[in-house]
Design a protein around this ligand. Structure first.
Ligand code: TXA
Ligand code: MG
Length: 325
C-alpha cells in the first residue's frame, strides 16, 4: 500500500524523479505526475487504466505561470480565472508546444486549473513544473474524496498519498472553454453555472459524450459503483424491490426511510443543502457499494444549482452495464 502523510517535501521528491503521488484538491483527489515529462504522464494513463484518447488537466499554482503553457486566454475566460481561481474551475485553452501531446490526447487545447487546497497549493508552488492530474480512481469508477479512497484503489501502484482530509467541494471541477465567441460548459461540476453566468452572462452547456471530440473522456459510464445503481422515486423503488425480495441500499437527498435498516441508507444532506450533498456524494456511493446488498436505489436531487452537477453524476452511475461506452 502507499504511504499516506502530509510531507510536502516527500511528495515533491517523488514527483521530481518521475513518480506519481495522490494529491488532495478541493474537488476530488488527483493522481499527479510531472505534466512536462511524457514518461510520468504515460504512467498516469497506465495506473488509472485510462484510454489514451482521454486528456488530462494541468494543475498549476498561479496565473503568472500559465503563460508558459497556453497561447492566450480569451477575455471572458480571463474574467472567470480572476474571479474563481483558485477553485473548482477548469479552462480549455490553446496549448503551446511545451505541453506534451500525451497530456492533451493530441488536441490543440489544454485543460488548466489552479486548485484550492493549502497542501497542494504549497506543493505546486515548490515545483518547477505543473502537475497533470486526473481524478485518482481507476477509469470509470467513483472519484476519491479522501486519502483512504485513493489508497484502497491505487495504493499498490503509487508510493505516496498526500493527505489533505476530506475534499470540501466533492465534485470535479466545472470545465469551461470557448466555441467561437460563446462561453461553453463541457462538464458540470463544483462551480455552479449561475456563478459563471453572473460573471460572463449566459453560457451554453454542451452535453458531453464520447462522440463529442471536445470532451472525449466524458463517457456515460463515469462515476459508476460496481453494483447496479437505480434512480427513481424512492417510495416506489423500495416497495418494488422489497416485494421482489431483492437486497438493496438507499441513497437519498434528505429523507430517512424507516422501513430500511439505518446501516443501509445514507442521506446526502438532512438539512437539504446541495453543497453539503455534493461534498458527501462520492463517499456515500462508495460506502453503499461496499455493503452486502445486490443493488443501490437512489433519487435525483432538485435540479437547481449544484443539484444539476450531482444529478449528472447520479445519472452516469445509473447507466446499465450493457450501454456503457
Ligand atoms: O476537479 C477536477 O477537475 C479533478 C481534480 C483532480 O483536479 N480532475 C479531474 O480530472 O476530474 P479527470 O481527468 O478525471 O477529468 C478531466 C476531464 C476529462 O473528462 C477530459 O476528457 C477533460 O477533462 N479534458 C481534459 N482536457 C481536455 C481538452 N483539451 N478538451 C476537452 N476536454 C478535456
Ligand atoms: Mg475522473
Amino acid at each position: 500500500m502507499a504511504e499516506i502523510g502530509r510531507d510536502i517535501a516527500k511528495a515533491k521528491a517523488y514527483l521530481e524523479i518521475g513518480n506519481l503521488v495522490g494529491i488532495p484538491t478541493e474537488t476530488v483527489y488527483g493522481l499527479a505526475g510531472n505534466a512536462l515529462d511524457p514518461d510520468a504522464v504515460a504512467k498516469i494513463f497506465s495506473v488509472k487504466n485510462r484510454p489514451s484518447f482521454d486528456p488530462l488537466i494541468l494543475h498549476t499554482s498561479d496565473m503568472s505561470r500559465i503563460a508558459q503553457f497556453v497561447k492566450e486566454i480569451p477575455g471572458p475566460l480571463q474574467r472567470l480565472a480572476k474571479r474563481f481561481w483558485p477553485g473548482p474551475l477548469t479552462l480549455l485553452l490553446p496549448k503551446k508546444d511545451i505541453v506534451p501531446d500525451l497530456v492533451t490526447s493530441g488536441l490543440d487545447t489544454v485543460a488548466v486549473r489552479i486548485p484550492d487546497h493549502p497542501l497542494t497549493k504549497e506543493l505546486l508552488g515548490a515545483l518547477d513544473f505543473p502537475l497533470a492530474a486526473p481524478s485518482a480512481n481507476p477509469f470509470g469508477y467513483i472519484s476519491p474524496t479522501q486519502a483512504s479512497h485513493v489508497n484502497d484503489q491505487l495504493g499498490t501502484k503509487i508510493p505516496y498519498i498526500l493527505d489533505g482530509g476530506s475534499c470540501q467541494v466533492g465534485l470535479e471541477s466545472t470545465i469551461v472553454g470557448m466555441e467561437g465567441d460563446k462561453v461553453t460548459v463541457y462538464r458540470l461540476g463544483g462551480l455552479d453555472i449561475s456563478k459563471i453566468e453572473s460573471e460572463v452572462g449566459k453560457v451554453q452547456v454542451v452535453a458531453h459524450s464520447s462522440s463529442n471530440p471536445k470532451s472525449p473522456g466524458m463517457l456515460k459510464s463515469h462515476y459508476s459503483p460496481s453494483k447496479p445503481f437505480i434512480i427513481g422515486d424512492l417510495d416506489l423503488l423500495i416497495s418494488e424491490y422489497s416485494s421482489k425480495g431483492e437486497s438493496f441500499a438507499v441513497l437519498s437527498f434528505r429523507r430517512c426511510f424507516p422501513q430500511v435498516s439505518e446501516h443501509l441508507q445514507i442521506q446526502l444532506s438532512k438539512a437539504g443543502d446541495l453543497a453539503e450533498a455534493a461534498k458527501n456524494l462520492f463517499a456515500a456511493m462508495r460506502t453503499l457499494d461496499s455493503r452486502d446488498v445486490s443493488l443501490i436505489l437512489s433519487e435525483l436531487m432538485p435540479e437547481v444549482g449544484l443539484g444539476k452537477a450531482i444529478n449528472d453524476r447520479l445519472k452516469r452511475a445509473a447507466v446499465p452495464e450493457e450501454e456503457k461506452e
